[in-house]
Design a binder for this molecule. Structure first.
Ligand SMILES: [Zn+2]
Length: 217
């Protein structure tokens, strides 16, 4: 039996961390369509050229091309036990395509939404800063250096903040996420695929909860 997991969650909800945990705990590869498209665009193949042209024109890759890519990727041997999809599906036609594909393969679909309240997500992102020397991650609200202005790890005094962590950018990305995924979440909920996880728990508690939801305990 193949376990197909679709991970959903707003920017900052900790989807990437959960995907890595699932990979470590069960050996499920993390399949990010963004990564695959970047890889394909570098290849000198007909599909590579097609993806390059679409991206150069600033357009989104069509559902048909994504379907082709996903079908090929999920047929590889490392996906036999299970896999975690990140960034796909994003639209209802993509969701329907995926459900059909999984049905043909006899795979069981679980859609896991990592939920974190909007005000906490905004603090996670806008409060984030890193040590310029060693890359250690801090947060104004949740994790300040023990000595103000000095990195706990390396003793460095220089810190960096990302431009896309500014409050208005973060707010806009949250709204875009909510608007885009609302129909998709409703669809998965109607079809009984959706499981919600409390993304404010520590990562090991979230993983335990995922194991229970998936019947993998
Ligand atoms: Zn440091």
């Amino acid at each position: 039996m193949t376990v197909a997991i679709v991970l959903m969650g707003a920017p900052g909800a900790g989807k990437g961390t959960q995907a890595r945990l699932l990979e470590t705990a069960f050996g499920f590869p993390q399949i990010s369509t963004g990564d695959i498209l970047r890889e394909i665009a570098r290849q000198d193949t007909p599909l590579g050229k097609k993806v390059q042209e679409i991206q150069a024109a600033g357009l989104y890759v069509s559902d048909e091309v994504l379907a082709e890519i996903i079908t090929e990727r999920l047929a590889r041997p490392d996906c036999e036990k299970g896999f975690v999809l990140d960034g796909f599906p994003r639209t209802l036609p993509q969701a329907e395509f995926l459900e059909n594909l999984l049905e043909k393969r006899g795979a069981t679909l679980y859609v896991l939404e990592v939920q974190v309240a909007r005000d906490i997500l905004i603090k996670r992102l806008t409060g984030r800063f890193t040590c310029a020397t060693c890359g250690e991650i801090y947060n104004d609200y949740f994790r300040s250096p023990k000595t103000d202005g000095t990195c706990d790890q390396c003793g460095g005094h220089e810190f960096r903040r990302r431009d896309d962590d500014k409050a208005e950018v973060v707010e806009r990305r949250q709204t875009v996420y909510e608007d885009q995924t609302a129909p998709l979440l409703k669809h998965f909920d109607d079809r009984r695929y959706l499981r919600s996880l409390d993304g404010t728990q520590d990562v090991s508690a979230i993983l335990e909860r995922i194991k229970v939801e998936l019947g993998l305990v």
